[in-house]
Design a protein around this ligand. Structure first.
Ligand code: SF4
Length: 648
């Protein structure tokens, strides 16, 4: 509830140190075949030019690990001394070769010394200890090489690829992810090796945030302070990928955690660094400001769980266990034309004189003081400023928005739902003391603080302290000056729309993952209403607080990838994007894909050239299907399960 950056130890990685006083570093991973030396070099250079400070390259076997020397030589010959990181899964011999060549190796503790069988085995305590000793023997040689060559190491745990041993004790949980890394860290420390960076990635931002927080708690308890590499795995592409990444990474940056960031998108890797830079730049200057104290004394809350902020339903429409609501301002629109509501999810049919709703139809529109000259849809709630609301005759579905003073001094109130604009600082005012609290009140929480999330978190915690359970809509304002300009190019995070998605997903997503908020209101006068709606529902989907569309868990691809992931993802999306709530994993390789698609309902995984293996959850349903038939076969499986619906 206050911002300060967690200080970690400095780890040398070539000539670009991480942690300590270093800025938050940016990195990404190549996608071309590691045996393609020139292709890897040229892609690395494009990534460096885009802002990458470290570049990771996959080394699936010793052959690729050895070729890292050629890639490094050519890069140095061309004048690029960017530190290289070898990405290792399953192959200790490749790790040991790479550790002699590159500046850092990344290992996955879930598969470094274990073959993943997806068996829930039962381990007795002696069997568990014997496993730990086996891991020590397999892992110690790599640690000794890293020590000798001055090579750093990332111990990178991924949700969904934990070892059977960890699964047997902890299940596929954040606690298991943390323990998986801690086992390897303890071995490193036993061998007096400390050049360690740690990550706890997941494609589910909620799991990822919880795992990093638990890791830090555990490290602090054990006197450790290793730098953190932040990332959301398999985030997907486009707006969804950016929002999901911002919810996970942004929340932790707001917590003051993170020493390096990798945004994983199913796009060209040079598009990832600018997104990471846009996320990180908001924090580079923050440490200098002194944090503001809470208006209400708040007992410490370490990592609240969802539903930790219970509220009561108001008007059977908001709060309680109802999904978070979406508010959009349409007061500047042409309120003579019912077609303007298409932008907020209500399509007007003039023949039938009715509106069609979709999965992303907003719940409230704010009209300020403007009255429309057409009839609004019956299930859309309208918000007006209090004094305008007073003058409206038929108030069905129409509710007032007050300032705190207006509500306290009001002579007429809505018997069903009253929305009050409020700030954290208002809680200790005499006006708030005079507030006649009742079951009709919904707070609209605003902030002008530069530590906006900390300020809004304080408000939620203060409500708990005060024993108040009125629903809260989180509102954040993004001024025209910063968020106006040419619209549309998502690839450029300096574009206002892209920046708005990243900022709003951080500011609101970070509260929603902790169970705070019963609605969101992105107030950005410069942004078209349909884009605000899309961003709002995207944030709710990424935080898993309101599901309105299909979720794609697609890997960013790498040198192991066996088909064009971007084209395949688009193809699958085109035929399945009406299957609300379904999670479809699209993974480039059979080695890591099945584990890393984590909680996907169905999986489309590259198994060899022109060979796709199809999954239902973690179960293989069809092996080695030709890619020309694989999507039809996947749809057939979904149909057999009774989960297919024909598109409209
Ligand atoms: S799942 Fe994708 S990114 Fe991960 S190793 Fe396989 S191909 Fe590479």
């Amino acid at each position: 509830m206050e911002y300060s950056r967690w200080r970690t130890r400095e780890v040398a990685i070539g000539n670009v140190p991480m942690g300590g006083d270093s800025p938050i570093r940016i990195q990404s991973m190549t996608t071309v075949d590691t045996m393609d030396t020139i292709g890897s070099v040229e892609q690395t250079i494009r990534m460096v030019e885009a802002g990458c400070e470290y570049v990771r390259i996959t080394a699936p076997s010793i052959k690729e690990a050895n070729n890292l020397a050629e890639i490094k030589k050519e890069l140095r010959r061309r004048g690029y001394d960017v530190p290289l990181v070898a990405d290792i899964h399953f192959t200790p011999n490749a790790a040991e070769a790479a550790a002699r060549i590159v500046e850092k190796v990344r290992i996955n503790p879930g598969n470094y010394a274990d073959k993943k069988k997806f068996d829930q085995l039962n381990y007795t305590e002696p069997a568990y200890q014997a496993e730990l000793e086996r891991i020590y023997t397999k892992f110690a040689p790599l640690v000794k090489i890293c020590k000798e060559y001055g090579t750093a190491m990332r111990i990178g745990t991924n949700h969904g690829s934990l070892s059977d041993r960890i699964m047997s004790h902890y299940g596929d949980t954040p606690e298991g992810m943390v323990e998986s890394a801690m086992e390897f860290i303890r071995i490193c420390e036993d061998l007096q090796y400390y050049s360690i960076v740690v990550s706890m990635k997941s494609s589910n931002p909620q799991v990822m945030v919880r795992a990093y927080r638990l890791l830090v708690e555990k490290m602090v308890a054990e006197g450790m302070n290793y730098p953190l590499h932040l990332g959301v795995t398999e985030a997907g592409d486009g707006e969804d990928g950016r929002i999901k990444s911002a919810v996970g990474i942004g929340t932790l940056l707001e917590d003051g955690l993170g020493d390096t960031v990798r945004v994983s998108l199913t796009e060209e890797p040079e598009f990832e660094a600018p997104v990471a830079i846009a996320l990180v730049n908001r924090y580079q200057a923050r440490g200098a400001e002194s944090p503001k104290e809470s208006a209400i004394p708040i007992a410490g809350t370490v990592h609240p769980k969802p539903a930790a902020y219970p509220t009561k339903e108001v008007n059977t429409f908001i709060g309680g266990s109802l999904v978070p609501r979406v508010v959009v301002d349409i007061s500047c629109k042409n309120l003579k034309d019912p077609n303007i509501l298409t932008e907020v999810g209500y399509k007007y049919d003039p023949w039938l004189d009715k509106y069609h709703m979709g999965e992303q139809s907003v719940d409230f529109v704010y009209l300020a003081d403007k009255l429309p000259s057409f009839t609004m849809p019956g299930n859309l709630k309208q918000l007006y400023n209090y004094h305008t609301w007073l003058g409206i005759q038929d108030k069905a579905n129409i509710h007032p928005l007050y300032t705190l003073r207006e509500f306290v001094e009001s002579r007429l109130r809505d018997p069903s739902m009253n929305l009050i604009r409020i700030r954290n600082a208002d809680l200790c005012t005499t006006l708030f003391e005079a507030l006649p609290l009742d079951r009709t009140i919904v707070f609209v929480l605003e902030t002008d603080e530069s530590h906006g999330m900390a300020d809004q978190r304080q408000f939620f915690s203060a409500l708990l302290e005060l024993g108040l359970d009125n629903p809260v809509i989180i509102r954040r304002h993004y001024p025209v000056a910063e968020f106006s300009g040419p619209e549309g190019n998502l690839m450029d995070p300096e574009e206002p729309l892209s920046k708005l998605q990243l900022y709003a997903a951080t500011d609101m997503g970070g509260l929603l993952v902790d169970g705070m908020g019963n609605g969101i209101w992105i107030d950005s006068p410069a942004t078209p209403a349909d884009k605000l709606v899309s961003a709002a529902f995207g944030i709710l989907q990424a935080t898993r607080s309101r599901i309105s569309k299909t979720e794609y868990i697609s890997c960013p691809s790498c040198g192991r990838t066996l088909f064009d992931l971007q084209v395949t993802t688009q193809m699958i999306r085109a035929r399945t994007n009406h299957l609300k709530g379904l999670k479809i994993g699209i993974m480039g390789c059979i080695v890591n894909g099945p584990g890393e698609m984590a909680d996907a309902d169905y999986g489309y995984v590259g198994a060899g050239p022109d060979k796709i293996t199809l999954y239902r959850g973690k179960e293989v349903v069809k092996r080695n299907v030709s890619s020309t038939k694989a999507l039809d076969e996947l749809i057939e499986i979904i149909r057999e399960d009774g989960r297919w619906i024909d598109p409209e």
